[in-house]
Design a protein around this ligand. Structure first.
Ligand SMILES: Cc1cc2nc3c(=O)[nH]c(=O)nc-3n(C[C@H](O)[C@H](O)[C@H](O)COP(=O)(O)OP(=O)(O)OC[C@H]3O[C@@H](n4cnc5c(N)ncnc54)[C@H](O)[C@@H]3O)c2cc1C
Length: 495
């Protein structure tokens, strides 16, 4: 257990806090509130105009709000029923998208401001950097620097988009992944460079607006951590919607043509020209201006800080780091948990480690969500397994909703009957996954799905269908066999 450093006697004139948090994104916010709830004095330093971080202002919430607006206004969810020509609003503009976003973000910031105020968390605006291992300098333009001291410090500065020199960002037709949320107009065609989660989300959101999208990725495959069978389904869907996938395409230059349109020069010679370009190939830890060396710390070449994964301590024990600045998995959901664990550890409160499996949500159109092992991982571990598949169109709810796409894949151990992984692509995937997550982390078996009654009609019924499919393949050895009780010890070992 962490022993708290002695109280900070020298420089008693400086404002002193038990915890100084740099950054007000999900990890900083959660750590600050947790520490305040433990009765500690907390200061959050935030350089942005408002609290909330990338998550609230340029990442999670804006991109998901844009997605929701696009799906609602385009009538996307109803097209399976009324046909591809169905529209709720004929001419969707960038202003339509912004209007809902502004409202949502305002609300999120209000909630946050209120949460900090209610818990007595102080907030200081300005750019933080280390002046010594316990002292933080806060700089604001046109004002004198302020110095504060923290017994503990949490670096929760998140990331900034990677902006290589060869990309001519201009905020008019070439954007990075932070700028695109304020897109001034909707293009007729869009090139997205980088088929990571962010690139794929935006590519598919714009494609749902009938923008002609080309997704360019230097590697031969993308989203490799997702189960391959699910990706086949996803890619099929994208191709069906005319999303042009240019895998294995290395961009050598980006220039403007005579009409001012960005042109991606590709090593193979097959260039891509479009009205607009989004560069979404990577983000860097926002550690550049922190003067880490003064605190005895060093970031890696991507600006990331190494921590003890259990405690979130950096190499300097009273300095913690959490959120995207420590790298994988770089999710708002996991960042919050890391913030909580860091605060608990600093103040000697036991915090159980997070469960083995956490869900991954990709808010593309269609959504992808996954928890546990993919079929490829199960094979690698040589676990005898069976899969069950359910298609949303097999559920009554799917019929009612007019879904012609969407599938769930479940993987079970043949030896212990334990659930090993759930993989979903389609409507509601990011919500549905939590049933699988609960069963997985509670070490449940196929029998949970066979024995329990599910609401009807629901998409969640897909769990039952997929489980039955797996059971029929793996466990129903004889015709007419009925589900049998799990063997002794089921739920203990994975395999
Ligand atoms: C387009 C996009 C979509 C995403 N979608 C999802 C999603 O659907 N689900 C999900 O779970 N995650 C998603 N993420 C990831 C999620 O946004 C991040 O994991 C999360 O925001 C990381 O939180 P954080 O605590 O590291 O801080 P961040 O949210 O990165 O915020 C860091 C804060 O620190 C401040 N800061 C930085 N340096 C200083 C300094 N020197 N002084 C003072 N303040 C400083 C910044 O201004 C910022 O406010 C998405 C990200 C992007 C970019």
């Amino acid at each position: 257990m962490q022993t708290e450093p002695p109280s900070l006697m020298p420089n008693i004139d400086l404002p002193q806090f038990d915890l100084v948090v740099i950054g007000s994104g999900p990890s900083g916010r959660r750590a600050a509130v947790q520490a305040a709830k433990l009765g500690r004095s907390v200061l959050v330093v935030e350089r942005g105009a408002r609290v909330g971080g990338v998550s609230v202002h340029t990442g999670t919430i804006p991109s998901k709000t844009m997605r929701e607006t696009v799906l609602n206004l385009s009538g996307w969810r109803e097209r399976g029923f009324y046909g591809r020509a169905y529209r709720v609003k004929q001419d969707i503009s960038a202003a339509d998208i912004r209007a809902r976003m502004v409202k949502t973000l305002e609300h999120e910031v209000d909630v946050l401001d209120h949460q900090f105020a209610r818990n007595g968390v102080k907030v200081m605006r300005g750019e933080a950097s280390f002046r010594s291992p316990h002292e933080i300098r806060v700089r604001r333009e046109g004002e004198e620097d302020r110095i504060v001291r923290g017994r503990f410090v949490l670096v929760a500065v998140g990331t900034v988009p990677f902006r290589p020199d060869y990309v001519p960002f201009d905020g008019a037709s070439v954007f990075d992944s932070d700028e695109i949320v304020e897109v001034p107009r909707l293009p007729r065609s869009l090139t997205v460079i980088g088929a990571g989660v962010i690139g794929v989300e935006y590519a598919t959101i714009f494609s749902a607006l009938e923008v002609q999208v080309t997704l360019v990725e230097p590697r031969a495959s993308f989203l490799d951590f997702i189960d391959k069978e699910l990706m086949e389904e996803f890619v099929h869907d994208l191709r069906d919607r005319n999303v042009s996938l240019r895998l294995g395409a290395e961009v050598t230059r980006i220039e403007f043509d005579a009409n001012g349109r960005p042109v991606c020069r590709i090593a193979t010679g097959r260039d891509v020209t479009s009205d607009m370009l989004l560069f979404a190939a990577g983000r860097m830890g926002a550690t550049e201006g922190l003067d880490l060396a003064v605190a005895g710390l060093e970031a890696d070449r991507r600006g990331r800080l190494a921590v003890d994964g259990r405690t979130l301590q950096t190499a300097v024990p009273h300095i913690y780091a959490a959120g995207d600045v420590i790298g994988f998995p770089s999710l708002a959901s996991t960042s919050m948990e890391q913030g909580r664990v860091a605060a608990c550890h600093a103040f000697g409160v036991p915090a159980p480690p997070p469960p083995e499996f956490f869900p991954y949500g990709i808010y593309a159109v269609p959504e992808i969500s996954t928890v546990g092992m993919s079929e490829e991982e199960v094979r690698k571990r040589a676990i005898p397994y069976e899969c069950g598949i359910a298609r949303f169109r097999e559920t009554s709810r799917g019929h009612i909703m007019g879904l012609d796409r969407g599938m769930m894949k479940m993987i079970f151990s043949k030896k212990t009957r334990r659930l090993l992984g759930v993989h979903i692509v389609g409507e509601g995937a990011t919500e549905l996954i939590h049933i699988g997550q609960a069963v997985l982390n509670l070490r449940g078996t196929i029998d949970y799905f066979m024995d329990n009654t599910f609401n009807y009609p629901t998409l969640a019924e897909a769990y039952k269908i997929a489980a039955l499919d797996a059971w029929n393949r793996a466990f129903a050895a004889a015709p007419g066999a009925v589900p049998v009780a799990p063997p002794e010890g089921a739920g203990e070992a994975l395999d």
